[in-house]
Design a protein around this ligand. Sequence first.
Ligand SMILES: Nc1ncnc2c1ncn2[C@@H]1O[C@H](COP(=O)(O)OP(=O)(O)O)[C@@H](O)[C@H]1O
Ligand SMILES: CC(=O)OP(=O)(O)O
Ligand SMILES: [Mg+2]
Length: 389
Amino acid sequence: MNPSHVLVLNSGSSSLKYQLLDMARARPGSGSAAGRLTSGIVERIGEGPVADHAAALKQVSEELDRQGLGLDSPKLAAVGHRVVHGGTRFTEPTLITDEVVAEMEKLVPLAPLHNPANLAGIAVARQLRPDLPQVAVFDTAFHATMPEAAARYAVDIETADRFGVRRYGFHGTSHAYVSRATARLLDKEPSEVNTIVLHLGNGASASAVRGGVCVDTSMGLTPLEGLVMGTRSGDLDPAAIFHLARVGGMSIDEIDTLLNKRSGLLGLCGDNDMREIGRRMAEGDPAARLAFDIYVHRLRKYVGAYTAVLGRVDAIAFTAGVGENSAAVREAALRGLDALGIEVDAVSNAIRGATARLISASSSRVAVAVVPTDEELEIATQTYALVTG
Ligand SMILES: Nc1ncnc2c1ncn2[C@@H]1O[C@H](COP(=O)(O)OP(=O)(O)O)[C@@H](O)[C@H]1O
Ligand SMILES: CC(=O)OP(=O)(O)O
Ligand SMILES: [Mg+2]
């Protein structure tokens, strides 16, 4: 028997998610449940007993050993790593070598919250199994098809090119997976469908996908631009940064921390979890209400913008923690948009579920769907295809 297991490591800024899949049993589209052998998450890295990502991976490796599924397993075919920033160099799943690691290190300044965590996971896994193929799957890859008109900022072109200042986009693995799953839900080929994907997790981004190809997305040079997020501001007049430095006396690092870690829902109302915000709104808390309204207003603007970018929209898909679970966000984001052919059915929207489902009214021209994302299955699929292909 050829080894058919793939271990996926998804290192976030403060968490490490892992999943072990048997690719002989996993079927794209069936959801990862089919081949999932085990999965888990180490949270609050750096805050408590787990000092850093290396320590977190050691913990994961010990847990896998206990289950008899350790990194030394002969059934393991490869390790697939989520890497957030691939710059312009990496637009495909890539076999990790010393040279690839060196290139990824150069990208750390563009994703300081994410890439170091990804690199730490790669270093430990390579140390434990130097013989095993390790594959990097980049968040930016799916967005590499964006036309220049969408990917460029209107900044002096020589300066922009010299420093790589352009829009890269993130969560691409999720946008790719969800746009395909949405087409499948509609019984169509991805090439036949234009979709707006709303990935609303702790980080959040929107994308416009035309016939399976990404043509615009809301995150830019870094995962800070675009939608309101758990702790990130999203879109902002860049002059606010000059103002905070000149008038507020803040350093660049302080402003970086402010906008990435102390803004968004957390900065507006003290909570970054949409569940807690929902509870507070039910009690009539005005700060929670305002945070929710700002979040939803931004989301509506992107739905409108991407409707114009695509010209014809066939589907809008909600995904990730907030998108999959918050009926209130979905309802408020699309309320009163019948003029755009968008009508949500209140009853379907309120039904909870773990599988892809439609929530639009039968009279809606645009299909509205809740489509659970599965970044780990997508990373495993791309990793396995590379090492067996
Ligand atoms: N039942 C729920 N209702 C509303 N929001 C939820 C619910 N469950 C999770 N969330 C939201 O999802 C977020 C996490 O989303 P997730 O996609 O797991 O994020 P990440 O991958 O960035 O950690 C939480 O911060 C919370 O706001
Ligand atoms: C790129 C990004 O924002 O990722 P996450 O949502 O996991 O923080
Ligand atoms: Mg996520």
